[in-house]
Design a protein around this ligand. Structure first.
Ligand code: AKG
Ligand code: FE2
Length: 309
């Protein structure tokens, strides 16, 4: 099992004391040494997370035809349903992806069934976004960029919800349900119905991530690697199938506004630290994705790296 720091988010609100600084430093250390951490006391109620996982389960329980009628397979569409059979794994992960911010703009495109999907997933999406904003602020603060104009970009930033369903592993051999990858966004909040997430630690060893009740898993995406000029590397992770049961997870991925370019902040570039990544935006990522397909072993971040020297 990976030793993932569990941080108390309520301490972030104590601006007047040293408590906030202590947590910000701990977050910075976790981002640097591991690329992920987990948070407790984040303020999202237990019934909100339970309801979101429950409507996810109900969505995947619909017939194939019903699911296909509620979402498109087209990679460029805002509500997308698909399977990972192309990812080189033997058993299928099903996924539903949709945008979530601003919610009022997207929610009417979300699946109209099962009953309560929009309301319950929407409630979780809004709360997850609020946590993500607080965490992105804290992470920028840990880089010494607390007062930059990035706040506005975070506020108007995009949010993609990836709702995943993994079958029970029926074979006696371990099986990967989601091939190794890093997420393209700035940070990802991951809610899991049970254990199954594995992270590649800095010793290049796969370790199971804990799944404690009430804790949310947070990891660094490719765009945070760019925003930190490589100080915080995006986390490579995968999901394995459980032999005991089906598994569901909801990844809430947070980025800049869709058309805004993400680049290395000038504060992080000097004569000792060259700019390590080129500017890009979400559309560049989508174009990259449609050019390589889901099966790519390459990571988007590798396309952004500038040559040293
Ligand atoms: O199901 C999981 O634990 C991982 C999901 C994931 O990595 C993703 O949706 O990007
Ligand atoms: Fe992921």
């Amino acid at each position: 099992m990976a030793s993932v720091p569990i941080l108390d988010m309520s301490l972030l609100h104590l601006r007047a004391s040293n408590a906030r600084k202590t947590v910000v430093d701990e977050i910075g250390r976790a981002c640097k040494t591991l690329g992920c951490f987990q948070v407790i006391n984040h303020g999202i109620g237990e019934c909100v997370t339970k309801d979101a996982l429950e409507v996810a389960r109900q969505f995947f329980n619909l017939s194939e035809d019903e699911k296909m009628a509620l979402a498109s397979e087209d990679i460029m569409r805002p509500v997308r349903f698909g399977a990972n059979s192309k990812e080189g794994t033997t058993q299928k992960r099903l996924f539903l992806k949709h945008y979530a911010n601003p919610l009022s703009e997207w929610i009417q495109l979300w699946p109209a069934a099962p009953c309560g999907y929009r309301e319950k997933m929407g409630k979780y999406a809004v709360e997850a976004r609020s946590i993500a904003l607080q965490l992105m602020d804290a992470i920028m603060e840990s880089l010494g960029l607390g007062d930059t104009c990035l706040k506005d970009k975070f506020d108007k930033g995009m949010q993609v919800m990836a709702v995943n369903s993994y079958p029970q592993n029926m074979s006696s051999a371990p099986a990967v349900g989601f091939a190794p990858h890093s997420d393209f966004g700035i940070i990802t909040l991951l809610l899991q119905s049970c254990q199954g997430l594995q992270i590649l630690d800095r010793g290049q060893t796969w370790k199971a991530a804990p799944c404690a009740a009430g804790a949310l898993h947070v990891h660094i995406g490719d765009y945070m690697e760019v925003l930190s000029n490589g100080r915080y590397k995006s986390l490579i992770h995968r999901a394995i199938l459980r032999s005991e049961q089906k598994r569901f997870s909801i990844a809430s991925i947070h980025g800049f506004p869709m058309d805004d370019s993400v680049g290395v902040p000038e504060e992080l570039v000097d004569e000792h630290n060259s700019k390590k990544y080129r500017d890009s935006n979400f559309r560049d990522f989508m174009n990259y994705l449609s050019s390589v397909g889901d099966s790519s072993k390459k990571r988007f971040i590798d396309q952004l790296k500038l040559q040293e020297g």
